[in-house]
Structure formats: C-alpha cells, structure tokens
Write a protein that binds this ligand. Sequence first.
Ligand SMILES: Cc1cc2nc3c(=O)[nH]c(=O)nc-3n(C[C@H](O)[C@H](O)[C@H](O)COP(=O)(O)OP(=O)(O)OC[C@H]3O[C@@H](n4cnc5c(N)ncnc54)[C@H](O)[C@@H]3O)c2cc1C
Ligand code: SF4
Ligand code: SF4
Length: 491
Amino acid sequence: HAEEGDYEAAWRQLVTDNPFPAVEGRVCYHPCEGACNRGQLDEAVSIHAVERFLGDEALKRGWKIEPGAPTGKRVLVVGAGPSGLSAAWHLRRKGHDVTIHDAGPMAGGMMRFGIPKYRLPRDILDGEIARIVDMGVTIKLDSKVTDIPAMMKDDGFDAAFVAVGAHLAKRTDIPAREAGKIFDAISVLRDMETDEEPPLLGRRVVVYGGGNTALDMARTAKRLGAAETLVVYRRTREQMPAHDIELEEALDEGIILHWLTTIKQIDGTTFTVEKMAVDENGWPQPTGEFETLEADTLVLALGQAVDTSFLKTIPGVAITDDGVIDVDDTMMTGFAGLFAGGDMVPAERTVTVAIGHGKKAARNIDTWLRGERFVPVVNDRLADYERLNAWYYTDAPKTVQPALALARRRTSFDEIHGGLDETNALFEARRCLSCGNCFECDNCYGVCPDNAVIKLGPGKRFEFNYDFCKGCGLCATECPCGAIDMVAETI
Ligand SMILES: Cc1cc2nc3c(=O)[nH]c(=O)nc-3n(C[C@H](O)[C@H](O)[C@H](O)COP(=O)(O)OP(=O)(O)OC[C@H]3O[C@@H](n4cnc5c(N)ncnc54)[C@H](O)[C@@H]3O)c2cc1C
Ligand code: SF4
Ligand code: SF4
C-alpha cells in the first residue's frame, strides 16, 4: 500500500500487528533490516523510516481503529508499558472489555521512564497511547496491583495479562571510604520525567555499565550539562550489550568509554579503577593495574531485575533461575487464565519484543476465553535472495533521515533524527523488492509460451490455467521477486 501512496491502508495493515508504528519507527533496533534482501543488492530498505512516516501520518490525520463487537468478556491488564498496551489494543480489537492498572503516574512504562526524549518525543508516545484509550481501553494510573487473583475475582475479570517489566536496579558493592553521590540510572531517568527540576549530577559523571541504559544515562548527563561523562564497563567494546548505533551516537556526542575497567573503591570524588584483561574464554580478569578517576557522581546502570514478590504466592506461577516468570508457548503462566509478557518473561528486553508478546498473549487469551487454542498461521516459504532476479531492479540508494547538528544534540533534548518527507518515504517504500509477493510486473504473463497465465486485473494478480500449462517453469524463472513456486502435479 505504501508503495502505491495509499498510506492509510498501509497504516491499517501495520496496526493489525503493532499499535505503535510512530514509536517503533524511532526506537526499534530494526532487526528486520538485517534480514532485508535488498541489503545484498545495495542497502537494506529503511523499513523503520517508512514505518515512522506512516505512524506520524496517522497521528497527524487522526486515523483510528474501531473496537471489535462486544464479547461480554473482561480482561485485566497489569502494567501500561508497551506489552500491556499492545495486549489491550489487540484484546479490544477482538471486542473484549479491557482495564489496565499501572503503578506509575503516566502510561508508557520504559518508553516514557527509560527512553529519553531525544530518541522518543513525548507527544508521539502520548498520541499513540491516546488512540488505545480512544478505542475504549480504561487505564487506571497510580494503581499498583498486589494481588492479581483477588482482583480478578472481586472485579469479575475472566482473564489477566501481567507485564510489569523489570524495574529493580541491580547494585554492586563497591568499598567506599567516603561515599560520594551514587545514583541508579533507572531512578535518574525516571526523575527526568516526574521531577520538575532535573537531577543534579555535577560536572563529571561516571556511568557504570555497558548496556543501552548506561549509554542513555551518559547522554542524558551530557545534555544536563556534565562537562565530562565517562562510561566504565568491565568487558570489551565487542561484548557490550548496547547497540552499535547507540554507541556510535554516544561517542559522537563526546561520551568517553573505558572498556575492560572495574571500579574497586570510592573515596569521595576519587574512584580507583582496575584494568581488566580478557582470558582465553573471553572473560575479563583482574590485572592488578590500578588508576584513579575523578567524578562528582557515580550512576549505576548494571541491569534490572523483575519484582516477582507479588507473584510468588500465586498457585502455579513459576519463577526461573534468572528471576523471571515462566510462561508456556501461549504466554500463560501456571495459573489458569493468567498470562505474562514483556521484560518480566524470558526473552530479549526490547519494546519490539514486548509489543509482540502483547499481541501473542491477546490472541491466546481470546481463544482461551472461547475454550479454544490459537493456531498460528504457518508462513509460506521465505523468498530468500537466491530466488530473486536482481537484474530486474534499478539502483536506488537508501534515503537518509535528517539529523540534528551535533552542537544542538549535546545541549538539548530535541529529537535527534528527523522523519522522511512524503517524497522520500514513497521513494524508500518503492525500494522494497516485494520479495515473494507478486507486484504485477507482467513478466510471467509475457513470457508464458502457452498463454497459461491469466491476468485478473489491477490489484488482483494472476491465475494459472493448468490445462494449458506444460510446466516449463519460464514464469518462475523470470519472476523478479520469487513469487512463483513450481510444484509437481499429482496425477
Ligand atoms: C533507558 C532504557 C532505554 C531503552 N531503549 C530501548 C530502545 O531504544 N528500544 C527498545 O526496543 N527497547 C529499549 N529499552 C527496553 C524497553 O524499554 C523495554 O524492554 C520495554 O519497555 C519493556 O516493556 P514492558 O511492557 O514489559 O515493561 P515496562 O515498559 O517496564 O512497563 C511496565 C509497567 O508496569 C508498571 N508496573 C510495575 N509494577 C506494577 C504493579 N505491581 N502494578 C501495576 N503496574 C505495575 C510500571 O509502572 C510500568 O508502567 C530501553 C530500556 C531502558 C531502561
Ligand atoms: S520484501 Fe522488501 S523489505 Fe522485505 S526483504 Fe524484500 S526488499 Fe526487504
Ligand atoms: S508473479 Fe512475478 S512475474 Fe508474474 S506479475 Fe507477479 S511479480 Fe511479475
């Protein structure tokens, strides 16, 4: 649809899977682009930029989705992060009545209290959440849930989805003769949203950790005026869990990285650090070489754990050795009717995975409520690069998104990356090779020597007359996008 300029139809298709295209077009690490066949031709299609364009267009034009016909079933959602909101969206589309309870003062979870504004402006997040509310989802804020089975029983919920994320900051014991200012990144980033005055971090800030949270924390400290921001990480650059793009942007903004370093002692504003060396198994080992760093503040960004305290007592709910909630392949816990997803279950911790869990849980809750089991559609064979006829496509370099000048980036929370305008978004959408999907180029129709290919008209693609087809396979060979499979006839 996007290639044809029918943006609304494209957006409507997109939101059948994901209610947050404007958010995801900004924060998703877009693993899809790593798999895009066009990457082997020139550069992958900038799928996230097109997604963002469609999401922004929907917000501008106020496109909405109607809820499904009422089913009379009530579902409780605990947590208004991406996973809970996605589950609510999909459940509402199926006609269920949904109430979300969230412990915080605003909806969005880590999309609001973690990801900084320079990567996700709040009007975009608010707009996509408002659309979910407009669909008839009730969100109760400042409402911490402590007993899910009791709430289900008392308030008459037929099923529940819990997605409370991972909010407990992990700590480490660092011997301190005189402890200076020590914060944890999750609290500082949260304060950025709730406190009127930004936290006072000082001129020299050390962030301890190597994930995306550490980098967002360091970049936030820089924007708050820190003259020097160091990230101290105990392993190598290659082992850093942070994504390359975030690391590059942090380095561009002047963040200083100390790899293979651990903090051994704090004495006021003096930090004694030890250099590490990687052993033959890739693990960092102490070297006995020490040096000192000066900093006003230490911010810990050592990862987050799930608060499972209110779930431990629910019969059947199991907690894994990693401290997350065990779910089966339908996302259901061991307590019948209680489903879980997002950061609190075993999986990669991203907005994308959390939204996917919300969708998967909603589908399974819907079928469970009807006493059925959801049967996933088995995808057709993948159209990999070898099935394409690359010669057919013209060269088309990837469109580049505009970016804020570095000087502005270091001093403001304005969004770094701009979106594509309509011309560029359309160009980018048209770079898609349509792998495995017929785009009506007429090649098969033209090459068939037996007139076995029947044209059905614009948008309707083609049919094959098997009485005429002699199985030469010319159509399949000439199809640019690998849309035709030759299958042996059974006689
Ligand atoms: C600094 C930072 C940057 C990140 N950047 C990115 C990024 O760029 N891209 C990306 O894909 N991912 C990113 N992530 C990860 C991503 O934000 C999370 O994986 C995602 O938000 C998890 O979604 P969730 O719905 O499981 O939980 P959360 O987003 O954590 O939401 C959980 C919600 O549950 C509520 N809650 C908690 N306990 C209760 C309770 N008892 N009762 C009621 N409500 C409760 C909380 O208030 C919260 O609103 C980042 C994370 C952080 C911390
Ligand atoms: S269909 Fe388009 S976006 Fe998907 S792999 Fe092919 S070229 Fe890339
Ligand atoms: S099936 Fe392939 S060759 Fe035939 S019209 Fe579609 S894209 Fe073109």
